[in-house]
Design a protein around this ligand. Structure first.
Ligand SMILES: NC(=O)C1=CN([C@@H]2O[C@H](COP(=O)(O)OP(=O)(O)OC[C@H]3O[C@@H](n4cnc5c(N)ncnc54)[C@H](OP(=O)(O)O)[C@@H]3O)[C@@H](O)[C@H]2O)[C@@H](O)CC1
Ligand SMILES: Nc1ncnc2c1ncn2[C@@H]1O[C@H](COP(=O)(O)OP(=O)(O)O)[C@@H](O)[C@H]1O
Ligand SMILES: [K+]
Length: 496
């Protein structure tokens, strides 16, 4: 399933226009999609001035041609209409459909007409809405919400719901169901949006598939992710599964180093070496005896890293001057695939130029706060686009953590369907960094390692959250091998 935001959906439309479709054709195809899900005999179709309104007008014509009882309500006569809207409105007039124009003084009368119909179709605004509907729009929305006997079907998005966040503006339609076009809208992943959307049906237009060309995200679910995890081989040994080096921890932050090391070991790394301070190494022997350790030299040299297949830097490294030097040394002197997390990301924020000419796989795993430092953005920005553009510009795989974590390399973009609110506990991100590094060391390509790491982490958390109110990192780690085994056993390609 593809997912779009308002900017990506606009880009999707532009791609289709570039493929030679006219906007009138696209609206016609959109109304074909709507028609499949519309039942009943009498309809009030409420149409705004843009292409969402045009979808409604085109639908009205098709229902009218099927001899249904249709009344159309509009807000603007001819000024300010989109091209397709003006085209389909003229067709409605040519066919003598009943078209009513909302004005301040006829609101009650026109809303009264709607009480006689089975279904109200909300085609007021879609992804083009840019602030709360006001004036006559607001009054109409509030009046429709007072009609309890009618089914309300929203075209693409309930009017007044923000496409990207799923949060309502001040005025919003409460729909019974929403038929959303071409792709799931990012905001619908927010469970609170369900109050407004009702049941969501995704309908693809019968056109060339430009989802990837437009940069839409894909939902990475069990079906996509289970087969990515490889079975361990019969004659494998520790050397088969990679040697990882974790430059993590300091006196003040030992826990993060321990959790990332254990996450790395438990998700199958052949050999895990923690390069850290003496105090961290001492604690490591108690907490995770399977990991090996080396004392971190004051200056890191290329030769210190020759035997490793993947490197992680961050996870409790702190932000001391030494830590600054470590981050710069690793970026300048090593060549292995690299995962950068936590403090190392904050340090990197001041040196993103170091990401240039790296010529190797680099995975960054910020949460939103760390990402804000790396790439200052505005709260109104379209994060799907911001994340994608950042990954493309810096040639990295970006893992932007949160609910439905984003993974993108700028060309391919995913939201990972795994993880839950019980996992919002300190240290959880350190475990994730360890898992991703383990998978990179085992030879998974960077994008796959990042996706699979996020999925394994979230899937393990989901299994635990079925029973537990909170999922703490140490417990999650213990459960990783079982969760991975579950994935292998549930994968039809392995079991058959
Ligand atoms: N992707 C697909 O598969 C296809 C999608 N399609 C459909 O297109 C829809 C998107 O169409 P769209 O871009 O024309 O935007 P839409 O939501 O109609 O609103 C734009 C109008 O609203 C106005 N306006 C904005 N904010 C406002 C406010 N606060 N208060 C008042 N007015 C406000 C704005 O005015 P302006 O800002 O230009 O002055 C403009 O007039 C999409 O949701 C889907 O249904 C199909 O047709 C084709 C294939
Ligand atoms: N509400 C939530 N829903 C889904 N996943 C969550 C939620 N809260 C946290 N997580 C997951 O937990 C991890 C937290 O990472 P991070 O913020 O870096 O924690 P820390 O810095 O304490 O290690 C991320 O992988 C994130 O996706
Ligand atoms: K709508």
């Amino acid at each position: 399933m593809y997912i779009g935001s308002h900017t990506l959906m606009k880009r999707y439309d532009e791609c289709l226009l570039k493929h030679g479709y006219t906007i009138e054709q696209l609206v016609d195809k959109a109304s074909d999609c709507l028609l499949k899900h519309i039942h009943g005999e009498s309809f009030s179709i409420v149409c705004g001035p843009g292409n969402n309104g045009a979808d409604g007008l085109s639908l009205a014509i098709k229902l009218y041609q099927q001899k249904k009882n249709v009344q159309v309500f509009i807000f603007e006569n001819t000024n300010h209409l989109s091209k397709a809207n003006a085209y389909y409105l003229q067709k409605c007039y040519d066919l003598s459909l009943s078209v009513y124009l909302f004005q301040q003084d006829n609101l009650e009368e026109l809303v009264g007409y709607m009480t006689a119909c089975d279904t109200i179709v909300d085609a007021i605004f879609g992804f083009g809405l840019n602030s709360s509907p006001r004036g006559i729009y607001q009054s109409v929305i509030e009046s429709i919400n007072q009609l309890y006997d009618q089914e309300v079907i929203a075209v693409d998005i309930p009017t007044g719901l923000q496409c990207d966040s799923g949060k309502p503006y001040q005025s919003v339609i409460y729909a019974t169901s929403t038929i959303t076009l071409s792709a799931m809208k990012n905001g619908f992943l927010n469970p609170d949006s369900y109050f407004f959307t009702g049941k969501v049906i995704v309908e693809k237009l019968d056109v060339d598939d430009v989802s990837e060309e437009a940069g839409l995200y894909q939902m990475a679910d069990d079906k996509m992710m289970f087969p990515l995890l490889k079975e361990r081989i019969f004659d494998g040994y520790k050397g088969t599964y990679g040697h990882t080096c974790l430059i993590t921890g300091c006196i003040e932050y030992k826990g993060a180093a321990l959790l990332s090391a254990k996450g790395c070991v438990y998700s199958g790394s052949g050999i895990t070496t923690v390069m850290s301070d003496q105090e961290v190494i001492h604690a490591l022997t108690q907490f995770c005896p399977e990991a090996t350790a080396v004392l971190r030299p004051p200056i890191l040299q290329k030769e210190d890293f020759l035997r490793y297949d993947a490197i992680l830097i961050g996870c409790g490294l702190g932000q001391s001057l030494d830590s600054y030097r470590y981050v710069i040394d690793v970026l300048e002197k090593t060549k292995q695939p690299l995962v950068i997390d936590g403090d190392a990301l904050t340090i990197l924020s001041a040196h993103t130029d170091l990401l240039k000419h790296q010529n190797r796989d680099i995975i960054l795993t910020p949460h939103l706060g760390e990402f804000q430092r790396l790439c200052p953005f505005d709260s109104q920005d379209d994060m799907l686009l911001v994340a994608q553009d950042f990954a493309k510009e810096h040639h990295v795989v970006l893992v932007l953590k949160g609910p439905y974590t984003i993974v993108t390399n700028g060309q391919e973009s995913y939201r990972i369907r795994a993880g839950n609110k019980a996992m919002a506990t300190g240290g959880m991100g350190d475990v994730l960094a360890g898992i991703i590094t383990s998978l990179v060391g085992q030879g998974y390509p960077a994008l796959q390692a990042a996706m699979l790491g996020v999925f394994i982490h979230g899937y393990t958390g989901d299994l635990l959250a079925k029973e537990d109110y909170t999922v703490i990192p140490s417990k999650l780690i213990e459960f990783i091998p079982k969760a991975m085994n579950n994935m292998i056993k549930s994968n039809p390609e392995v079991t058959s």
